[in-house]
Design a binder for this molecule. Structure first.
Ligand code: HEC
Length: 130
């Protein structure tokens, strides 16, 4: 019996399980504890000085300046994954080596991003609630 894309149904179930629980299933409370302490004020300075804002927006809102660029405000990435994206970006983002962006500066940016407003619920926008 064949499932999606001609793959056996059992393979699809396993793949779905990995997607649903393997990636999304980490505990958010563990995330904050894993992040090294960062200086949010310096993080904001580096975020602006090193040009992150040109693609990701001044308040981490993301955009379409360079293809679709993800929102960074209140990022839910664990710190290690966040840092990995600086060193070896998954797609088209330029890499930032340790020589141009230290681990400390990455931690500072991470701390800064946690201070931003992030996404707001629809109820906060009166025009969407008429
Ligand atoms: C030239 C545009 C550009 C610049 C400058 C840039 N980024 Fe990105 N960033 C991207 C794009 C596009 C992606 C989507 C994934 C990819 O292309 O690797 C991304 C992905 C990310 C992600 C993964 C977010 C997620 O939720 O998947 C993080 C974290 C990130 N960038 C942080 C930064 C930081 C911090 C800086 C500055 C040191 C920075 N980026 C500079 C374009 C940019």
């Amino acid at each position: 019996m064949k499932g999606v894309l001609g793959l056996p149904v059992a393979a699809c179930i396993v793949a779905f399980g990995i997607l649903a629980f393997g990636i999304g299933g980490f505990d958010p409370s563990a995330r904050a504890q894993e992040a090294p302490p960062g200086d949010a004020a310096n993080g904001q300075r580096v975020y602006l000085a090193d040009g992150c804002f040109t693609c990701h927006g001044r308040v981490g809102q993301g955009g379409n300046y360079y293809g679709t660029t993800p929102t960074l405000a209140k990022t839910e990435l664990p710190f290690e994954g966040f840092k990995q994206q600086m060193r070896e970006p998954v797609r088209v983002m330029p890499a930032y080596s340790q020589a141009v962006l230290s681990d400390k500066e990455v931690a500072d940016i991470y701390a800064f991003l946690q201070t931003l407003t992030g996404r707001r619920p629809v109820k906060d926008f009166p025009i969407l609630n008429n």
